[in-house]
Design a protein around this ligand. Sequence first.
Ligand SMILES: Cc1cc2nc3c(=O)[nH]c(=O)nc-3n(C[C@H](O)[C@H](O)[C@H](O)COP(=O)(O)O)c2cc1C
Length: 343
Amino acid sequence: MLLTLADYEVAANDALDSAIASFLADGPGSSRAVHRNRDAFQRILINPRRFVDVGRVSTTTTVLGREVSCPVLIAPTGLQQLAHPDGELATARAAARVGTVAPAAALATYPVERIVEESRGAPVWFQLYDYGRKQVDALLARAEAAHCSAICVTVDVPRRARMREHDRRNGFRPTSRVPLAHFDGSAPPEVRPVLLPTLERICATTSLPVVVKGVLRTEDAHLAVGAGAAGIIVSNHGGRESGSAPAAIDALPEIVDAVGGRAEVFLDGGVRTGDDVVKALALGARAVLIGRPSWWGLAVAGEDGVADVLSILREELVETLAHAGCADVADLDRGFVRTEGPQ
Ligand SMILES: Cc1cc2nc3c(=O)[nH]c(=O)nc-3n(C[C@H](O)[C@H](O)[C@H](O)COP(=O)(O)O)c2cc1C
């Protein structure tokens, strides 16, 4: 029975080729930052309120001005046909069914136009890296023409990653297995570090709100907001870039304070339960994003699997909110969390 995201993880590992399962799960440095994201959530407790009517609990909110049924979005991930032949199209359909944001990554295996079509009016964020001015401008224009609702600039990949150790051990080259729809099926151009003038130029060029993904330090949050970002995703890329990166949830509160309401702050990395969603929102996130869990759903049952993963999280969120004595996600604040032991 698939009752939790942990059940989906087990089932996905059975369904996927072992090299793909390892590509999905692991990170550099013995996956320490992958585990750190999860462990950090366990150290945070939910501090419940009493005398609150939780007969009705609302999970509806807005992100960048668009209504979503639940503050759980799908994180941008490329190469989704590695998990299921319908890849990004299935993910977009599932997000639309549940009423949340679907991503279209530059490294998607289906083109952004088709992803937007399958999302049936639900917001689609187009994610890109810095591939150089010409490519970036072409991708921005394409995303706008396709009616994406936001641009997500990922700033935590300063160069094409050396093949990760687990992939090297498995002799696994992910980009050689599936088509790259935005790069004529061929290898993508070299990734460069996103520098401030580039971010400023992207913010000034596009008519869409820009979300900066991969911020872990307050000064970078200030710089991103100063450059014109409408949103910041606090993220260590799911622990896939550095084994020594801090847990995203640990970095969240100081970044929320630094941003001070000038932009919406999101979090990804290790979100697996409704409790995790409540903790992140209580610490100031507008919404969270899930990366690997969407692949688990895809691998197990395509569109239905991703929709079920999102629905499980939403049901758990309702349950957690009720037990926390909070009738609306908008009412979550830091009073709802504490760390273990006497304060
Ligand atoms: C298989 C895979 C592919 C990913 N591809 C991208 C990508 O193309 N662009 C990007 O910004 N982040 C990418 N990410 C990172 C996710 O957007 C997200 O930050 C991360 O998965 C969140 O952590 P979680 O998997 O613990 O939920 C990828 C993650 C995974 C697992």
